[in-house]
Write a protein that binds this ligand. Structure first.
Ligand SMILES: O=C(O)CCC(=O)C(=O)O
Ligand SMILES: [Fe+2]
Length: 256
C-alpha cells in the first residue's frame, strides 16, 4: 500500500512507479500517431514533411509552418486516446502493478467522449499559455467537471513521455493537500475553471524532477500545475483513477 500511503501522507504524492522502456515507447508511438493524424486532418499538405519532426521538436514545426495554430489543433478531444489504446494500456505490466496496490480501478470520463479517457498534453518551451495555473484537481470536480460513481475516491496519475527533467512538465507544492487554498471559478475556453487566489511567489513550488516514463500519482487536493522551461516541447499523459473507497480508506495514512 505504498502508493496510497504516500498519497494520503504528509507529501501527498508517490513518484516511484516506472514504465518499462517498451511501455514508454508504445505510449510515445500512440501519441505520435494521433498527433500526426490531427495535423494532417487540418493541414494535409504537410504529409511529406511531418516525418522529419519528432514530438520534442513540435515547437520548431510551428515556427517553420506559421499557418499551424496550436490552440486550434489541440482541443481536448483531439488529445484523448481511443478505447483500444486504453485497453492496451490497461493490460501493461505497470498498470497491473497499479491495480495490485489500488484494487480494480476505473478511469474517469471527464469529457464524456469515451467510457474511460486517457489524454495527453503538449506544451512548448517558454510558452506559458500552454499550461494552466496552479490548482487542485478536486476544484475542477467541485465546479462540475465530470461525475464520480458513488463509493470511489479520485487519484490522479501523470506520466512524462518527453521531458527535460526539472525544467518542464509538472510542478507541485508538497503537503499542500492538507491545507485549504482560496480559488474562484472563472470562464476559460468556454468552461468555468478554477483560478487560485494566491500568487505563485507565496507557494513553495517544487518542479517534478522525474525521468520520462516515471509516473507521479497524487492526491486530488494537492496543488500542482504545468512548467514550461527547457528546450524541448513536453509531452505527458494523464488520467483520473477512481479507486474503491474501501481500498483507499484501508491504506494507513503514511508517515513518509
Ligand atoms: O501537465 C500539465 O501541464 C498539468 C497537469 C495537470 O494539471 C494534471 O495532471 O492534473
Ligand atoms: Fe491538474
Amino acid at each position: 500500500m505504498q502508493i496510497l500511503k504516500a498519497i494520503k501522507g504528509p507529501q501527498g504524492y508517490f513518484d516511484q512507479l516506472f514504465l518499462s522502456q517498451e511501455e514508454l515507447d508504445w505510449m510515445r508511438q500512440q501519441v505520435r500517431l494521433q498527433w500526426q493524424a490531427r495535423i494532417l486532418e487540418l493541414h494535409p499538405q504537410l504529409v511529406t514533411v511531418l516525418s522529419q519532426y519528432d514530438l520534442p521538436c513540435y515547437h520548431q514545426l510551428l515556427m517553420d509552418y506559421p499557418q499551424l495554430e496550436h490552440r486550434r489543433l489541440w482541443n481536448k478531444n483531439s488529445r484523448i486516446f481511443t478505447p483500444a489504446v486504453v485497453e492496451h494500456i490497461r493490460q501493461m505490466p505497470f498498470f497491473r502493478k497499479l491495480e495490485a496496490e489500488l484494487g480494480p480501478v476505473k478511469i474517469a470520463d471527464e469529457e464524456r467522449l469515451y467510457p474511460e479517457e486517457i489524454y495527453w498534453r503538449l506544451a512548448r518551451p517558454g510558452v506559458a499559455e500552454d499550461v494552466g495555473p496552479m490548482h487542485a484537481d478536486s476544484w475542477f470536480w467541485a465546479l462540475g467537471h465530470g461525475r464520480i460513481p458513488p463509493g470511489y475516491v479520485r487519484v490522479k496519475i501523470w506520466i512524462p513521455l518527453y521531458l527535460d527533467p526539472g525544467l518542464n512538465g509538472l510542478r507541485f507544492v508538497a503537503g499542500s493537500h492538507r491545507q485549504t487554498w482560496p480559488y474562484i471559478g472563472i470562464e476559460r475556453d468556454g468552461l468555468v475553471k478554477p483560478q487560485i487566489q494566491v500568487s505563485d511567489d507565496e507557494l513553495d513550488i517544487t518542479p517534478f524532477a522525474g525521468q520520462p516514463g516515471q509516473a507521479i500519482l497524487f492526491n486530488d487536493d494537492l496543488l500542482h500545475g504545468g512548467l514550461v522551461g527547457g528546450q524541448q516541447s513536453r509531452v505527458s499523459v494523464e488520467w483520473t483513477l477512481f479507486v474503491e473507497k474501501s481500498c483507499y480508506e484501508s491504506a494507513k495514512r503514511g508517515v513518509m
